[in-house]
Design a protein around this ligand. Sequence first.
Ligand code: URA
Ligand code: CA
Length: 437
Amino acid sequence: MNLFRMVDVIEKKRNGEVLTKEEITFFVNGYTEGSIPDYQASAFLMAIYFKGMTAEEQGYLTMAMVESGDQIDLSAIEGIKVDKHSTGGVGDTTTLILVPLVAACGVPVAKMSGRGLGHTGGTLDKLEAIEGFHIELTEEQFVKQVNDLKLAVIGQSGNLTPADKKLYSLRDVTATVDSIPLIASSIMSKKIAAGADAIVLDVKTGDGAFMKTEEDARALAHSMVAIGKQVGRNTMAVISDMSQPLGFAIGNSLEVIEAVETLKGNGPEDLTELCLVLGSKMIVAGEKASSVEEARDMLKAVIADGSALELFGKLIEAQGGNGAIIHDTSLLPTARYQIEVPALSSGYVTKMEADDIGVAAMLLGAGRATKDDEIDLAVGIVLTKKIGDTVLEGEPLAIIHSNTENVEQSMTLIQKHISIGKEAVESPRLIGDMITG
Ligand code: URA
Ligand code: CA
């Protein structure tokens, strides 16, 4: 016998009341096993969308989703395991760089990553641009590799947070995706089930991000940090700009090259800076430094002495790829054609809409429009300008890397969504608030 009826739980939330842990767990378990139908779950999600949830309710929802499936046990790995999560962006190469960078400073990184969908890329796809690299390790192999080398990157295991999977699909078709409590608990449930002791969140804001305004990004960050605190995982968030793509490269193989360059100390300024900011937080959370200043110096040192790059090579070798790519990126897949995208007028780059540029890369084959699409690891876009730069008519704004000569659609999109004005503009502030709860 259930203690509750779903209709009463829906009504309570519809009236703006606060739900108990038991009521929320009743919903999550009932929906996951199928005893609560889609129509009641839909009404409930919509009630949450309009009435919100307290931090406590979000914590209960998160933990009910965590407990709906497997939880990864990382206790056999020595030290504090620190995970990082980005809410998704265009050309966001940070994970590829941060994993070896932070591991080289002594913090074990047991990373579970995802694939890209739509205009945002996924770390797993990028790593698979390295021939032979495989992302399937058993839990035992995963733990052993992190103990031996300090780092591993794998795909999400089959039965992590099934409640979130089922709810996310329903949210997708009931206009309830963009609810901050629902996003916060969805993201945090996956991070907690993946076993990290501490979590550093990179919450993106701007055109290319889920959260279009800084205010929403801050609210999401606060929600996630509060959930982490409630469930005993040290969680902090950095708000970062996604009004233009991060770095220059967008596309899988192209981003691996950019990651290698960044690990060598020759990376784009914004990408390098974001890695130093997030990496310092991870090292402090992992208790390998007592301040972010000290951590930042450690990160710079492992770039300068080549040890972070070497560790990236070891990660690649350990997971079946050719580690020689760290010294010779021409071993990575390359596209047949490189086509310049000329500026249509002279002036200053005033706007660079990251989501549309992400779509232009997707149309070339660098990303998936639907979950089952095949991607072309070699193709993508390398920007030659960023917001604030000057440009002359006919000068390239970007280089398209493509396996066909027919790139008109992508070229038009890029030209349309990189605005050129007569007045100089400042480049957008990369790092916004830091939220530590
Ligand atoms: N990403 C997630 O994992 N969950 C959401 O709800 C939104 C974005
Ligand atoms: Ca990039």
